[in-house]
Design a protein. Structure first.
Length: 206
């Protein structure tokens, strides 16, 4: 059992828009057509402080792209990570790099913009267990975990956590399955609540 290294807590960026539990969004580097050319995209700012969102991605790993309306979903490959610049480079889906060949960088178009407009980008990470904590001192009454980009406070909701005052032990959600095979796909988990509230994520991987 090992922990996924996540170097920061997360901040909810919007009160009206759910966001990936573990992920960001593309703010620059829109892809208007499918491409076979490695493409640099700039990420948003889901991390609370101390580092940039690019730090949650690992070179060589897959990532999931999906527009905030659920369109254009596809799996891509992270070719390189630039933490200082908060960018990742999307590379060809395999080592075969011929443009126009069977291994393109993307097969669909993707958009850039603010949260709720820019394409979501999430590590395509399978996990044995994950734990989410609503950090103390939040302002929203509840923080909600859901299983769809369409989630609201009541729809597609898996769990809700209540706020606690600063210095009080916070509430948390523990998926608690601990069985072989990494049954949870973290790219399918979203979170919703009040802008500015902070949460943390711990991920256990076989």
């Amino acid at each position: 059992m090992a922990y996924r290294q996540i170097p920061s807590t997360f901040t909810l960026a919007s009160t009206s828009q759910p966001q990936p539990l573990l992920g960001s969004w593309i703010t620059a580097g829109a892809i208007t057509t499918p491409t076979g050319v490695p493409t640099v995209v700039t990420l948003g700012n889901a991390f609370t402080a101390g580092t940039n969102d690019a730090a949650m991605f690992v070179q060589g790993e897959p990532a999931l792209l999906v527009d905030p309306n659920g369109a254009n979903m596809e799996t891509v490959r992270i070719a390189s990570v630039n933490i200082a610049g908060n960018t990742v480079t999307l590379g060809n889906s395999s080592e075969h790099t011929a443009v126009g060949g069977p291994n393109p960088v993307t097969r669909k178009s993707h958009v850039a913009g603010v949260i709720g407009t820019g394409t979501w980008i999430m590590p395509k990470q399978m996990a044995n267990n994950f734990l989410v904590m609503y950090e103390d001192g939040g302002t929203g009454t509840f923080m909600y975990i859901g299983c769809s980009w369409k989630m609201t406070a009541t729809a597609y909701r898996v769990f809700k956590m209540g706020k606690t005052t600063t210095g009080t032990p916070p509430y948390y959600y523990n998926s608690a399955m601990f069985s072989p095979g990494n049954p949870f796909d973290l790219s399918e988990v979203f979170i919703f609540g009040t802008s500015g509230d902070i949460y943390s994520v711990s991920v256990a991987i076989d």
